[in-house]
Design a protein. Structure first.
Length: 234
C-alpha cells in the first residue's frame, strides 16, 4: 500500500531523515519507534505532504505522491492523527467530525459517522459538546475519529497514547486493533509506549537519529537485546 524509499528530509539546514525506507501493507499495523527527536513526526509529516524531501520517493497504491499537496493525499486515502490533536475547540464534537469528512459523499459520511460512534461510543453521547471541554482521553478519541471521517485506507497516528491514563490508552489501542481487524485499514503508528506498540504491531521500524537502525516483526523486536536494553529497561 505505502512504499517509502530512500527518503532524505531537511528542516532548514539541518538534515532530519537519512535514507529512510519502509513499507505498510493493507490490513497491517506498522509501528515506528525510537527516542524523541529521532524523526518519527517528520516522517509522518512528509508522507502527508506537509514537508517535502530533497530526495527519495513516496508511493501510495502504485502512485508517486511526493508532488501532491496534503489535501490531494487525503483524497487518495491517507489520513494523519497529529500528536497535538489539532481539534477545533470552539466547535462541537459533531461539527469536528463533519469537518473531517470534507469531500466525502453524504452516504459515505453517514456510514463513517456510525463507524466512529461504534468505535468510541462516548463521542455519540458528547456530540453536542464543545471539543475544548472534553477530557484529554475524549479529545484523543475525537482526533482519531475526525481523521477516520475522511474514509482513509491508511491511518497514521502520532503518539496516540501520549498523556492518557493507562485505562484510556488501552481503549485507544483496542480501537486501533479493531480498525485493522474489522475495517481492514493499514496503520502506521508512532508510539512512545514501546512494549504496547510492539505487542500490537505486525511489523516495526526503529528510528534513531533519523535513520532506520532495526526492523522486524513486533515479536522479533520485543526479543531483541538492543530494544530490551535501550527501550524496555530489561
Amino acid at each position: 500500500m505505502l512504499e517509502v524509499k530512500g527518503l532524505n528530509v531537511k528542516r532548514g539546514i539541518l538534515q532530519v531523515l537519512w535514507d529512510v525506507s519502509l513499507n505498510v501493507k493493507g490490513k497491517e499495523i506498522v509501528a515506528l519507534i525510537g527516542p524523541n527527536g529521532s524523526g518519527k513526526t517528520t516522517l509522518m509529516n512528509t508522507i502527508i505532504g506537509f514537508l517535502k524531501p530533497f530526495s527519495g520517493s513516496i508511493i501510495f497504491e502504485g502512485k508517486e505522491i511526493l508532488a501532491l499537496p496534503p489535501y490531494e493525499i487525503v483524497k487518495l486515502g491517507i489520513s494523519l492523527v497529529p500528536e497535538d490533536r489539532k481539534l477545533f475547540t470552539n466547535c462541537t464534537v459533531y461539527e469536528n467530525l463533519i469537518l473531517g469528512s470534507y469531500g466525502v459523499k453524504t452516504g459515505k459520511m453517514r456510514e463513517m459517522l456510525e463507524i466512529v460512534y461504534n468505535l468510541f461510543p462516548i463521542l455519540r453521547e458528547r456530540r453536542g459538546q464543545l471539543a475544548g471541554t472534553l477530557s484529554g482521553g475524549e479529545q484523543r478519541m475525537l482526533a482519531i475519529a475526525r481523521s477516520l471521517m475522511s474514509n482513509p485506507k491508511l491511518l497514521m497516528l502520532d503518539e496516540p497514547s501520549q498523556g492518557l491514563s493507562p485505562k484510556i490508552s488501552l481503549e485507544v489501542f483496542k480501537a486501533i486493533r479493531r480498525l485493522k481487524d474489522e475495517y481492514g485499514l493499514g496503520i502506521l503508528l508512532s508510539e512512545q509506549n514501546i512494549y504496547r506498540a510492539l505487542k500490537l504491531a505486525d511489523y516495526a521500524y526503529v528510528l534513531e537519529t533519523g535513520k532506520v537502525v532495526l526492523e522486524g516483526s513486533g515479536s522479533e523486536l520485543l526479543n531483541n537485546e538492543h530494544i530490551k536494553e535501550a527501550y524496555l529497561g530489561v
